[in-house]
Design a protein around this ligand. Structure first.
Ligand code: ATP
Length: 281
């Protein structure tokens, strides 16, 4: 994990008005180019953390930094932050408000004061990245749930953020929709966008993420996804189970079918390759 830190919270604390202390003295880093999965039980503070990282909430103590520089919460500072970090909230209906898909996706770039030509280029690019070009003129209220999710993500992508933070982006999508979304995220990552995703799906996290952050009562624990998602102590605290790949690897090791040091498979193909290499069949 030697990639540079793009966005970080340093000693951050946050409590809602009349609400619980959700974040207490937290140090948290998002490193450029690393796919980061954020996991934790309901109410553990994932959404709050993502809103702190994207500037929607301001830490009561501590600071948010972008490439080491403290973020200012005035208009200029927040505009700069929003061209670096974009959050897509869990429910697309909390994000979409314009009459058509194209209008909704153009809202952010228009607000940056970009020329019509630049706005058009960004909207076209974002619609293509999310594979919804054909929906450009469709009224947002007629979209399916999956289409609304993609439109909300396109709106964030049109800002060309360096860090895209997604709150449970696959929740409510059918399996094909999930696969399409993961392919879209792969494309965004290939073009240089750092992606952070909150999810309850440990199998998805193991397969997709480079790093995993587990939010537990003892704090946020971050490290390589395969190692973090094998930590039964932390998974228990986070209300999670072992990913199937890691559970399968444990069973195979117990039967002598995998060497002790072999990593657990992340996909069915990796499982097949591991056992074939071992048994030679
Ligand atoms: N606007 C708010 N006002 C007061 N308390 C809030 C508010 N939003 C969240 N909370 C509280 O803050 C804590 C953390 O909530 P948060 O939504 O960040 O958790 P989460 O991990 O995203 O949960 P989930 O997995 O259910 O989406 C919870 O105790 C929640 O009740």
């Amino acid at each position: 994990m030697s990639e540079p830190v793009l966005v970080a919270l340093r000693g951050a604390s946050f409590a809602y008005e009349d609400g619980p202390v959700v974040v207490d003295g937290l140090d948290f880093e998002v490193r450029g180019g690393r796919a980061l999965a954020l996991l934790g039980r309901n109410g553990s503070g994932k959404t709050t953390l993502m809103r702190l990282l994207s500037g929607g909430l301001r830490p009561r103590t501590g600071e948010l930094t972008v490439e080491g520089r403290a973020v200012g919460y005035d208009r200029k500072g927040l505009t700069r932050l929003r061209t670096t970090v974009q959050l897509v909230v869990q429910d697309p209906d909390d994000q979409l408000f314009a009459a058509s898909v194209g209008q909704d996706v153009s809202f952010g770039p228009l607000n940056l004061g970009l020329s019509d030509v630049e706005v058009r280029a960004r909207v076209d690019e974002a619609l293509a990245a999310l594979d919804i070009t054909a929906l450009a003129d469709r009224p947002t209220h007629l979209l399916s749930y999956g289409q609304r999710k993609r439109t909300a993500i396109a709106g964030a992508v049109a800002m060309r953020p360096r860090v895209l933070i997604l709150d449970e982006p696959t929740a409510g999508l059918d399996p094909d929709g999930q696969e399409r979304l993961l392919a879209t995220l792969d494309g965004l990552r290939a073009s240089g966008t750092t992606v952070v995703m909150a999810t309850h799906d440990v199998d998805l996290a193991l397969r997709w993420a480079d790093d995993a952050a587990l939010l537990t009562p003892s704090g946020a624990h971050t490290g390589p996804a395969a190692a973090m998602l094998a930590r039964t102590d932390l998974l228990g605290q986070a209300g999670l189970r072992l990913p199937w790949g890691i559970a399968a690897a444990e069973l195979l090791r117990a039967q002598g079918l995998l060497p002790a040091a072999a990593p657990g498979p992340r996909t069915a193909e990796e499982l097949s390759a591991l056992t074939t290499a071992r048994t030679g069949t």
